[in-house]
Design a protein around this ligand. Structure first.
Ligand SMILES: Cc1cc2nc3c(=O)[nH]c(=O)nc-3n(C[C@H](O)[C@H](O)[C@H](O)COP(=O)(O)O)c2cc1C
Length: 208
């Protein structure tokens, strides 16, 4: 069993990186593997060529910025944790680039995200946490994923790198999310034989 966390921060060793280590401790203690991937700032946006969908390649045609490796890891994973800094009340731009390409390539055709456990966290100095947390969740809650929660929204406070470690409540929210995700990946695996069968959904654009 494995959970892959995508750290959308462009900076290394920042608040999301440190918060994810708190989650790692809980997930690994539950016997589930935990890997953090950090795409960095040099990822390109989706250019809407739809090649990934029309070919079913599960890959993006832009093959030089590490996103295809992240897509492959997410397809293999049992759970996906999305973490991002809050940038102007939303997710970081590079995280948006990654998520658009990940979920178009691996979720929108044959849905390889189906029944994976999803979770979200964000860090911020002061405001925009709830919007950002829900933006991260929104990328997953149309993918037939099993969304894990904590007992409060996945938002932890800290501006300079490491400040998040002083947000005692935020750390517990993240740790609890980790415990719940680890438990859910095991529960979903145990119930695999009872999973509802896949049925394709009619797709319209409202005018035909
Ligand atoms: C471009 C930019 C925009 C930001 N916008 C916000 C914001 O809207 N609200 C907020 O509270 N913090 C904002 N911040 C602060 C970061 O969210 C905060 O420092 C976060 O913990 C950084 O996470 P990291 O260390 O993992 O990169 C912004 C930072 C940057 C660089």
């Amino acid at each position: 069993m494995k959970i892959v966390a995508i750290n959308g921060s462009p900076r290394k060793g920042g608040n999301n990186a440190q918060l994810l280590e708190v989650v790692r401790k809980e997930v690994e203690a539950a016997g589930v593997e935990f890997e953090v991937v950090q795409p960095g700032a040099n990822v390109k946006p989706c250019m809407a060529c739809y090649n990934c969908l029309s070919t079913g390649s599960l890959r993006c045609v832009m093959d030089d910025d590490g996103v295809n490796e992240i897509i492959a890891k997410c397809i293999e994973a049992d759970g996906i944790l999305l973490a991002s800094p809050v940038y102007h009340s939303g997710i970081a731009g590079n995280m948006k680039c990654v998520l658009d390409r990940l979920f178009l390539a691996a979720g929108c055709g044959v849905n390889h995200m189906r029944h994976k456990v999803g979770g979200a966290l964000c860090t911020l100095r002061r405001s925009g946490g709830s919007e950002t947390y829900h933006q991260l969740l929104a990328t997953m809650d149309c993918m037939e994923m099993v969304i894990a929660t904590s007992d409060y929204w996945g938002v932890a406070h800290g501006a300079d790198p490491g400040e998040v470690m002083q947000d005692e409540e935020g750390l517990e929210v993240a740790a609890r999310l980790g415990r719940n995700m680890a438990w859910l990946v095991k529960a979903v695996a145990a119930a695999k034989d009872d999973a509802p069968a896949y049925a394709p959904r009619p797709m319209t654009n409202f005018i035909r």
